[in-house]
Design a protein around this ligand. Structure first.
Ligand code: SF4
Length: 342
């Protein structure tokens, strides 16, 4: 495999369980299976969309792959380096290459620090790992970054509460890109913003990706946002990936019944385009005790006996490794849904 083919990040069978304690002795009585055996690769410059309802494990997955939440099991390799096997100091250095943008910038930005201090922090934490070794050089660089994300130089001395939601997210983006990372995990970066501001922030992210050759893992519950930005999409349900496909293929030909329901719920602006809306019954089951077999079977309109006992693995359909689905009957369901939408 040459460099162009080597994934920037590769996760294999990643698990993140949170223990539940209870009883008189406060013993461990179970686990929340937040991420339950997820595997995928992300190539350099690619944008992967991680999509699913809230509680499906997508944000935990984002943090686990950055080792902000140490994983319970599985491996994460960044440029071929297994993050579990390297010394803490090396992991700390690698964090410079892997940054995160959070959903609510007000929560992630320290309200008592000026924007200049917030943006200087990464340079101070990673002292000796970059060329900005004096306060003067750092300030010049920070002013350049502010300009890059569309904020005026006057933002340097201001505090987060003096900005609008969209501007605060630009500060969050500025902090994430300050050290020129390779990978940015974007955790619902526009879902707290007004719709009118969302596209401006998304446009900024797309521009920065091109200029800086960034790789994004873009977490969202809204498929329409991901459609705009992602090359590939992984749909998650109860801590697992149930469908993984290139963005266009996912929208044109969703195969998993859960993906089909999510896509059918996206409003279609053209009334001439007929779309059969699929409504899912019930709520997402508890990740403390996921249903046996296919986790989706209590809500799936196509459930059969096999689904209640036999756990489907993610598999290529018709030999196409670029479109993988975790469903025993994906081919039949696709044929049926094609008929219904004809
Ligand atoms: Fe539905 Fe069965 Fe497919 Fe699961 S395996 S998605 S329950 S048809």
């Amino acid at each position: 495999m040459n460099d162009a083919q080597t994934p920037l990040i590769s996760i294999k069978n990643l698990q993140k369980y949170f223990p539940i304690h209870g009883g008189v002795l406060y013993r461990r009585i179970g686990n929340v299976h937040a991420v339950d055996g997820v595997s995928f690769d992300v190539r350099k410059g690619e944008t992967i969309g991680l999509v699913g309802e809230s509680g499906c494990g997508k944000s935990t997955l984002g943090k686990a792959l950055l080792h902000l939440h140490p994983p319970t099991g599985g491996t994460v390799e960044f440029e071929g380096v297994d993050l579990d096997t390297i010394p803490t100091q090396r992991l700390r250095e690698l964090r410079k290459e892997m940054q995160m943008i959070f959903q609510d910038p007000m929560e992630s930005l320290n309200p008592r620090m000026s924007v200049g201090s917030i943006l200087e922090e990464p340079f101070i934490i990673h002292k000796g790992e970059h060329a900005f070794d004096t306060a003067e050089k750092r300030k010049t660089e920070i002013l350049r970054i502010l300009h890059e994300v569309g904020l005026p130089a006057s933002a340097y001395d201001k505090y987060p509460h003096e900005f609008s939601g969209g501007q605060r997210q630009r500060i969050g983006i500025a902090r994430a890109i300050a050290l020129k990372p390779k990978l940015v995990v974007c955790d619902e970066p526009v879902s707290a913003l007004d719709v009118s501001v969302q596209s401006q922030v998304l446009n900024l992210m797309v521009r920065l990706q091109k200029e800086m050759e960034l790789t994004y893992i873009f977490i969202a519950h809204n498929l329409s946002v991901v459609k705009y930005i992602a090359d590939r999409i992984c749909v998650m349900y109860l801590g697992r990936v149930v469908e993984d496909a290139e963005s266009q293929a996912m929208y044109k030909k969703p195969m998993h019944p859960y993906t089909q329901a999510l896509i059918s719920a996206i409003p279609e602006p053209d009334p001439a385009l007929k779309k059969v809306k699929q409504v899912l019954e019930g709520d997402v089951p508890s990740p403390i005790k996921p249903p046996p077999g296919c986790h989706f079977h209590p809500r799936c309109p196509y459930t059969r006996d096999r689904c209640k006992t036999d756990d489907p693995s993610l598999r290529a359909i018709d030999g196409n490794e670029k479109h993988r689905v975790a469903c025993h009957f994906a081919e039949e369901i696709l044929a049926q849904s094609a008929g219904a939408n004809a």
